[in-house]
Design a protein around this ligand. Structure first.
Ligand code: NIG
Ligand code: FE
Length: 410
């Protein structure tokens, strides 16, 4: 069933699903024709098989056929989990206390430095496979656990190699400015200088990342540092994505909007001024990460209902990482988006498909089932959209196709 590496070249007719999600509502189709990795047509199975007798039949066992999910905020370049910290969090220690004691991002940096590029690639590949198993066929993938010029470049190379090996379409983002490394303690500006002068030109020359991100937070980077850094990245032609207002509102949201960032993510501490800036922008997406406060045991969520009411474009992502959200599952993120943020199933679905794709500039090719779109598909074992996110901890993805290739998880 199209599992070979050249499967994307095949013509195939997919049928046997009981409903479609993410297609135009007026479309009456019980079959989808794909060719050369793209969706060619939707229609009646009888008509399509008559017109395309050579198409390989792919019969699905019922369920909802949806566009492959797009996870627009992921940190997959880690070499080891941090389960011990999860225990500390459950016993009451805060994320910031653990980080201040040498844990957190800096501890992941030690593990990345101890891994060879091949070992790190293997780990990233495992993370991508876990995401694919849950229906994610495309993601934004951040570096950020290397915390030196060399280790950050290694992380981006590992992301690229792991994407090739697994068939995950990964859009890499350079997050060298995730934390101040131990060797630069108290000298954050000197670290940013090294990133600007030594890392970004190489990332650009080798096309290792399309975007640059920075963590604006007490204990990470200040607003002034972020401005200088993001302006330098923008001048080199990078798209911007920003971590801001996770624990503290430092003005990062307003800065992201001012600089034309594609997205500003977290927003659990969003202020009225930040919300207004996003509403006026209409261009910078709100990156909603609803499983993170759950994972960290925090009460505050991003004010998703207010953001949607103000017309702010948004996506929902996992933030998959070893410290603040150890899940590769967008269906789980949908559960929290509905339960904690009050989104409808349709709003949450938009957030992991068309919304996420648009935030990455992929709105014309991913996140919908329509002719011309990539043949990225996931079959969900759900009777209807209302059940999406209802079964907490269950993986509804039964079959996944990426770029016209059916994935096998044996
Ligand atoms: O998006 N907020 C900053 N970075 C990650 C957490 C990274 C970690 O703890 O390893 C996040 O939540
Ligand atoms: Fe993050």
């Amino acid at each position: 069933m199209n599992a070979s590496a050249d499967g994307s070249l095949c013509e195939a007719l997919i049928y046997g699903f009981s409903g479609l999600l993410g297609a135009e509502p007026e479309v009456q189709a019980d079959a989808v024709l794909i060719r050369a990795g793209r969706i060619q047509a939707l229609g009646r199975r009888a008509d399509l098989s008559l017109a395309h007798p050579a198409a390989t039949p792919i019969e699905l066992p019922g369920g909802l056929l949806a566009p492959g999910f797009v996870d627009a905020h992921v940190h997959p370049a880690f070499a080891a989990g941090r389960a011990a910290e999860f225990g500390m969090k459950c016993e009451g220690k805060s994320y910031q206390e653990i980080a201040a004691a040498g844990g957190g991002i800096r501890s992941s940096a030690r593990a990345v430095r101890d891994a060879s590029e091949a070992e790190l690639t293997a780990q990233v590949g495992k993370h991508f496979r876990r995401m694919q198993r849950h229906g994610t066929t495309c993601c934004e993938a951040k570096s950020g656990y290397g915390l030196s010029v060399e280790e950050e470049l290694k992380s981006l190379r590992a992301i690229r190699a792991a994407a090739q090996a697994t068939g995950m379409e990964a859009l890499p983002t350079f997050l060298g400015a995730h934390a101040v490394p131990e060797e630069f303690a108290g000298r954050a500006d000197a670290y940013l200088d090294a990133l600007i002068e030594e890392a970004l030109p190489v990332v650009r020359a080798e096309a290792l990342a399309r975007a640059v991100d920075v963590f604006i937070e007490a204990g990470a980077f200040t607003l002034a540092q972020a401005r200088r850094y993001l302006e330098a990245a923008r001048a080199l032609g990078f798209a911007l994505r920003v971590h801001a207002d996770q624990f503290t509102a430092l003005g990062g949201v307003e800065l992201a909007v001012e600089l034309g960032s594609e997205s500003v993510d977290h927003l659990e501490a969003l202020t009225d001024a930040g919300l207004e800036a996003l509403a006026l922008s209409g261009r910078t997406f709100a990156g909603l990460l609803p499983a993170v406060p759950h994972f960290l045991g925090q009460d505050a969520d991003a004010p998703a209902r207010r953001l949607l009411k103000a017309g702010v474009p948004y996506f929902i992502a996992t933030d998959f990482n070893p410290g603040s959200c150890y899940t590769p599952s967008l269906p789980e993120a949908v559960h929290f988006a509905r339960r904690r943020m009050g989104l409808t199933a349709a709003e949450a679905f938009h957030g992991i498909t068309a919304g996420a794709a648009a935030s990455l500039g992929l709105g014309e090719r991913k996140g919908r089932i329509a002719p011309g779109f990539d043949a990225d598909l996931v079959l969900l074992d759900l009777p209807d959209l209302d059940h999406f996110g209802y079964g907490l901890g269950e993986n509804p993805a039964r079959w996944v196709m990426a770029g016209g290739c059916a994935l096998s998880f044996e």
